[in-house]
Design a protein around this ligand. Structure first.
Ligand code: AMP
Ligand code: MG
Length: 433
């Protein structure tokens, strides 16, 4: 820890609150119009309304017979079939009046004719020429979705700030939105640091390792709704590191990996403090990931001779020149965990999404866990089974540098700081990946 940076180590909850508070203050980015087909996973920048009632007519949810429910109150009953209505039937072909004792053959998705108030499933009928025998009575309204029951014309279907998943896209399509307004994706700079780290194209020397963190971070950024910008690897050397940090601060958010522990070559905080940074925390009581740093800087000093890259409209709005940053610990599992619990909400906010809360599933622990108390732990684990059989087991690992163990895991078991021993069979909280 450089002398100039005051150490602020918060509990997980407190640190998360700090991030959420800053995320909530970020104004939405600029919007652009895209074709609906390209809008999957993007964030909606407009409200979408129902252009007509949904459904626009009382819709049959079954193949069968539209009837007056009173006619079949006592089943079996025999009715006269006076017509047939397919889905998409022309209006002129739909009977306008149904007399007592009459029924109309109807298909799923077809408009139910006036005068009928229920649909009997075809499975409960037997047809003979133009008569049908109904075996089962139906309540009024059964198997019919009334006009406007799903949405009234003019009502809001999708909110600004929602991520366009498949259901949202289907809904937009159903109201004829062939183009939609979405927010521009924030540019998230990724800076991996460390003298021992080499590019994946080069052959590592005997004591070097390849840069894997930039790739895990890029994947997590994409999932969170950002556009990753991978910077060159920064050595543990102040001048070059500073140039790359300044370059990263041109983006909408800077994520650094490595260089934030207590080691003599951990220079990230030192340089950020020289850039007049504000540090909100310099550690969290978690494991892995304790040395995580969160802050912002307002001084962006460009290296001489370098032109200022185009900044997104978003940045112009974020209180002048302020750029947030995270210093994520370099151990690969620490980097992944700290991204998920701290960096993600900031990227979601920068991309215009509504803040989402952390959701935990629960599963039964297969083998006991023993830990030292004091830290909230996020331990890589394998979840298996469904419903009451939902089980979880920690993966065997060599600590937070073990990427191979992490790749076998599909979740984290979240251990509260007061726990020392969790016996097998206990239900524990999981954070899914
Ligand atoms: P640091 O946080 O810089 O002390 O790094 C902690 C550990 O993470 C060291 O063993 C590093 O070699 C490893 N590490 C740091 N950066 C990366 C990276 N980009 N890819 C893979 N491992 C890394
Ligand atoms: Mg390092």
């Amino acid at each position: 820890m450089p002398a100039s940076v005051e150490s602020t180590i918060l509990s997980f909850e407190h640190a998360r609150c700090v991030v959420e508070k800053h995320a909530a203050e970020i104004p939405p980015p600029a919007a652009e119009s895209v074709e609906l087909l390209s809008a999957a996973d993007r964030v909606l920048a407009e409200e979408i309304f129902a252009d007509r009632n949904i459904p626009p007519f009382p819709r049959s949810t079954r193949d069968g017979y539209a009837v007056r429910s009173a006619d079949v109150a006592r089943a079996p009953a025999v009715l006269d079939v006076i017509g047939e209505i397919k889905a998409g039937e022309k209006l002129q072909k739909i009977p306008t009046s149904i007399e007592p004792g009459q029924a109309v053959s109807i298909m799923t998705g077809a408009p139910v004719p006036d005068g009928t108030d229920a649909v009997v499933m075809v499975e409960h009928t037997r047809r003979e020429a133009d008569r049908v025998e109904i075996y089962k009575s139906v309540a009024s309204g059964e198997n019919i979705v009334p006009r406007g029951a799903e949405a009234i014309e003019g009502s809001r279907l999708l909110h600004r700030g929602s991520r366009l998943n498949e259901a949202a896209l289907a809904l937009a399509a159903s109201v004829g939105k062939s183009r939609v307004q979405v927010y521009e994706q924030p540019r998230i700079a990724v800076l991996s640091t460390g003298d021992e780290i080499v590019d994946i194209q080069s052959i590592p020397g005997p004591t070097q390792i390849r840069n894997s963190n930039s790739y895990s971070l890029a994947a997590q950024i994409l999932r969170a709704g950002g556009e990753p910008i991978l910077l060159p690897i920064a050595p543990d050397e102040p001048q070059r590191l500073r140039v790359l940090i300044e370059e990263g601060l041109q983006s909408d958010l800077l994520l650094m990996s490595g260089g934030v522990s207590m080691g003599g070559y951990d220079l990230v905080e030192q340089i950020l403090s020289e850039l007049q940074s504000e540090f909100f925390f310099t550690g969290a009581k978690i494991q892995p990931g304790k040395p995580v740093v969160f802050g912002r800087t307002s001084a962006v000093l460009l290296p001489r001779g370098q032109e200022r890259p185009r900044r997104s409209a978003l940045e112009e709005k974020v209180s002048g020149e302020t750029t947030y940053f995270f210093g994520l610990p370099g151990n690969p599992v620490s980097t992944m965990v700290t991204f998920e619990i701290f960096a993600r909400p900031m990227i979601e906010a920068l991309s215009g999404q509504h803040p989402r809360q952390l959701a935990f599933l629960h599963a039964k622990l297969k083998s006991e866990i023993r830990v030292k108390p004091g830290l909230r732990r996020f331990l890589p684990a394998i979840h298996s089974g469904e419903f009451e059989q939902s089980e979880v087991e920690l993966v065997a690992w060599q600590g937070s540098g073990d990427i191979a163990a992490m790749a076998r895991a599909n979740c984290y078991v979240v251990v509260p700081p007061e726990s020392e021993h969790i016996p097998s069979g206990e239900w524990v909280a999981l954070m899914m990946r």
